[in-house]
Design a protein. Structure first.
Length: 445
């Protein structure tokens, strides 16, 4: 009788070799990312799109899954929070040299990779969405947004007064930058308006406005992670990326994909997506929006939403083109969100501006603004027949850092298909806030 030897315990080297990341041996992205970082230490990363992608994709592939497995962190934003904050913290402590940062800046700001990601999420999501879902969501998005904004202003000012801030500073320098729609679209035009009334240079006010915007964005990301957990525990409150409850007519069939995104059935035979056509559709609509900016006096990101809605509503594109744009959306939303978050952390989140104003009262005031938006959006959305979790997420996007914040907030909640509605919340809500602040500063400045 033969006796089988017990299986050998896996060695540490065997465990390292067998570790994988979505089916890819983990050692491969680790080694490639290490090569990129070593090249950075020798100032050999090309300061262009290739160098920028090498930096953010490598770090994003590693940091995202790590954040999703960290205790506590995985319940309040997980990979999105880690990918945004860890690179920003490392920049604050001078870990990355100028070559790494310049390559990232070349990609994220000069090549505007962020706008490509946002445009892809907007166009691909809208063109792949049921018209019924799209119109119902657009019709119901404004009540929770307006109610949440009004309540956030009142609660934010009240909490700030309790911590000793005067009314002027509470509103104009804490509440307004959080609700202003980001740095480029909110803080910078607001600072120019303040300078024209209060005197001094615009740059004098930017450093006073940015901290509240950044802290508000961080709180919004954590809030999104918590909302996602609430939705997981109480499915009846969660649309999984669907804003409104749709009741199909008799005989109507509506499918839902793995992300909870409703998809209409096409009467034409389904063909394989053409990714080049998808990219052309997305970029072409953004260029059209840019062309119309000076005519209708709305920013291109807002016009892209309106153009996409028009195209979907009137069947401008055949099903094959819509499917191609949707296919590009799936690639970006599935594989490039964490890298994009890393790029945002490296290039868009200046923690040095936050460090100088940090205090318990300041942080609590910023948190009160964001949490009020979330709570009011949740209950108003529920009251008017929306999925409360998703309505709250879209409302919270008004307190994020513009497009940067939208990507981070929706990534933390795994709801990238809400991007069109998030952009409406951020852009239109931000424009309204900036215009209101610019008008009021002339009266109460």
């Amino acid at each position: 009788m033969s006796i089988k030897a017990p299986p050998e315990a896996p060695t540490r080297m065997h465990r390292v070799r067998s570790a994988n990341l979505d089916g890819i041996p983990l050692i491969v992205p680790v080694v490639l990312t290490a090569i990129v970082m070593v090249a950075g230490s020798f100032h050999s990363i090309p300061e262009n799109m290739i160098g920028g992608l090498a930096v953010i994709v490598g770090l994003g592939m590693l940091m995202g899954p790590l954040g999703n497995h960290l205790p506590i962190i995985n319940k309040i934003g997980g990979g999105a929070l880690v990918c945004l904050m860890v690179p920003s913290i490392l920049v604050f402590f001078g870990v990355f040299n100028d070559t790494v940062l310049d390559a990232t800046t070349a990609l994220m700001k000069e090549a505007n990779f962020l706008y490509f990601v946002i445009s892809t999420l907007v166009v691909g999501s809208l063109l792949g969405m049921s018209r019924k879902v799209m119109l119902s969501g657009l019709a119901k998005i404004f009540p929770p947004l307006i109610a949440g904004t009004a309540a956030a202003v009142g609660i934010g000012i009240g909490v700030a007064l309790l911590f000793g801030y005067d009314l002027h500073r509470a509103f104009f320098f804490i509440v307004v930058p959080i609700l202003g729609g980001g740095i480029g679209e909110g803080v910078i035009p607001t600072s120019a308006a303040y300078a024209s009334v209060l005197g001094g240079e615009s740059s004098d006010y930017i450093s006073q406005l940015i901290p509240a915007a950044i802290i508000g964005n961080i709180v919004a990301i954590i809030t999104a992670g918590v909302l996602s957990r609430i939705g997981a525990r109480k499915p009846e409150l969660d649309g999984g990326g669907q804003l409104v409850k749709i009741h199909p007519h008799k005989g109507e069939v509506i499918d839902v994909d793995q992300q909870g995104h409703l998809i209409e059935h096409h009467t034409t035979p389904k063909v394989r997506p053409n990714y080049a056509m998808g990219v052309l559709t997305i970029c072409g609509l953004f260029v059209l929006g840019t062309l119309l900016e000076d005519v209708v006096h709305l920013p291109a990101p807002v016009l892209v939403i309106l153009i996409s809605v028009f195209c979907k509503l009137f069947n401008v594109f055949p099903a094959s083109v819509e499917d191609s744009a949707r296919a590009v959306y799936k690639v970006i939303s599935g594989y490039f969100i964490y890298p994009t978050m890393v790029g945002l952390g490296l290039a868009y989140i200046p923690l040095k501006d936050v460090a100088g104003v940090l205090s318990i009262g300041y942080v609590i005031t910023c948190a009160a603004v964001v949490l009020t938006m979330a709570v009011v959006g949740f209950y108003v959305g529920k009251w008017i027949g929306m999925f409360p979790v998703d309505a709250s997420l879209v409302t919270v996007c008004h307190s994020g850092l513009g497009g940067t914040g939208d990507v981070a907030i929706l990534s933390a909640s795994n709801r990238m298909n809400l991007m069109p509605f998030a952009q409406i919340s951020t852009r239109l809500g931000g424009v309204g806030t900036v215009i209101s602040a610019a008008s009021l500063i002339r009266v109460f400045g």
